[in-house]
Design a protein around this ligand. Structure first.
Ligand SMILES: NC(=O)c1ccc[n+]([C@@H]2O[C@H](COP(=O)([O-])OP(=O)(O)OC[C@H]3O[C@@H](n4cnc5c(N)ncnc54)[C@H](O)[C@@H]3O)[C@@H](O)[C@H]2O)c1
Length: 356
């Protein structure tokens, strides 16, 4: 087992983390242990976790971003209250980023805050959502509008959980790995670029590297006053297309798929306004187009711009972007004209993908 972070909370990584989790629960002498699952993590992940737990109460919610809202939060709060959760209770979030955002938010607000421990079960949550201390829910499909900053007590990353993920969900996590490489580490990006067929069950090194990049950045600016905004690369347009898809598609885009689109569009903006090198721009396009599937949508551009204007990352009426002047050199607080944003979305529409 590796300890990949050890300051105000701990992040453990490896095949033997679950026995350490069991010991932690004993050491902390919690009065009650609750485990939050969705229908998939109940089926695939709970049987792996169960042998390490003594007594626990199960709270089950429905999976999917469309359920990351206050109605589901109410279900969790009610379950906690009806099962007599007190301040010495811990909530174990066994799931992907949707579940840990919800569970973390509910734990942080129930009785003014009880402990929660994240046990991420998707690639995306291992490298991103389970660490960093942002907890929250969507409001009217607008992403993460209600939430708090609060770190988990501990995070246990057990990489084998990825084995039961659908391929589309494995790919979903790649976009945040690519983003971390693009904002911090050109060599890491080149490594991803030079890997033609990614084996998602052998990604331990990338998971560790990617999680460490996020942790380092969050450590320097936990409340996103400045530096942490670099993590938003790909997320202004990414969140807008994700929100639009949630509002209009019967099978909405996944977060990571939306971020992959955002990475293409915001690299285009970087190329046009920050002098991002043309070769590097093409390399970014190549990584995304060879690992993701193309998304075809009849976007309503006015609606997308409206969603971006309502983004919580904006400080004034301007839409706020993090862009790249080089790979590994992000620039925060950039603004672009509506015309250029529309051009970037048109660029996405015309870009050729390997898997059409
Ligand atoms: N808080 C943060 O800092 C942060 C950062 C990035 C993303 N996020 C949020 O994370 C969410 C996306 O998270 P996600 O991509 O993990 O999706 P997810 O949590 O919705 O999980 C994706 C699907 O995989 C299933 N699943 C989970 N683990 C499984 C397993 N081991 N085997 C089989 N199926 C499994 C889930 O039930 C779900 O159907 C978004 O809401 C996004 O906003 C938060």
């Amino acid at each position: 087992m590796k300890v990949i972070y050890d300051k105000n909370y701990k992040v453990f990584f490896g095949t033997d983390v679950l026995s350490h989790l069991a010991q932690t629960l004993i050491d902390k002498a919690y009065s009650r242990v609750f485990v939050l699952v969705d229908e998939n993590t109940e089926k695939y992940c709970l049987p792996i976790l169960k042998p390490y737990l003594e007594n626990f109460s199960l709270i089950k919610i429905l999976s999917g971003e469309q359920n990351k809202n206050l109605a589901t939060a109410s279900i969790i709060w009610n379950e906690l209250q009806q099962n007599l959760a007190n301040r010495n209770t811990v909530l174990l979030n066994l799931g992907g980023g949707t579940l840990s955002d919800l569970g973390g938010y509910c734990a942080s607000t129930y009785k003014r805050g009880i402990d929660f421990i994240n046990i991420p079960t998707t690639l995306l949550s291992m490298v991103d959502a389970s660490i960093g201390g942002k907890q929250g829910v969507d409001l009217n499909s607008y992403k993460n509008l209600i939430g708090v900053f609060k770190h988990p007590e501990q995070v246990f990353i057990y990489p084998q959980f990825i084995d039961t993920l659908m391929v589309s969900e494995q790919r979903n996590g790649l976009s945040e790995i690519v983003k971390h490489a693009l904002i911090d580490d050109k060599k890491f990006f080149e490594k991803i670029l030079s890997t033609p067929e990614i084996n998602y069950t052998q990604l331990d090194k990338w998971i560790e590297k990617s999680a460490k990049i996020k942790i380092q950045i969050v450590n320097k600016d936990p409340h996103e006053k400045g530096l942490r905004k670099v993590l938003n690369f790909g997320h202004t347009i990414g969140h807008a297309v994700e929100t639009f898809s949630l509002m209009t598609d019967s099978k909405p885009l996944k977060h990571g798929e939306a971020v992959a689109i955002g990475i293409i569009c915001e690299s285009f903006l970087s190329f046009k306004t920050m002098k991002l090198d043309g070769d590097d721009f093409e390399k970014i396009i190549k990584v995304i187009t060879s690992n993701f599937e193309k998304y075809f949508s009849s976007w309503n551009i006015d609606e997308l711009l409206k969603i971006m204007q309502n983004d919580k990352k904006n400080n004034n009426s301007e839409i706020n972007f993090t862009l790249l002047k080089k790979i590994g050199k992000p620039v925060i607080d950039c603004n672009c004209t509506s015309e250029l944003i529309i051009e970037s979305l048109d660029f996405y529409k015309n870009v050729a993908y390997k898997h059409l």
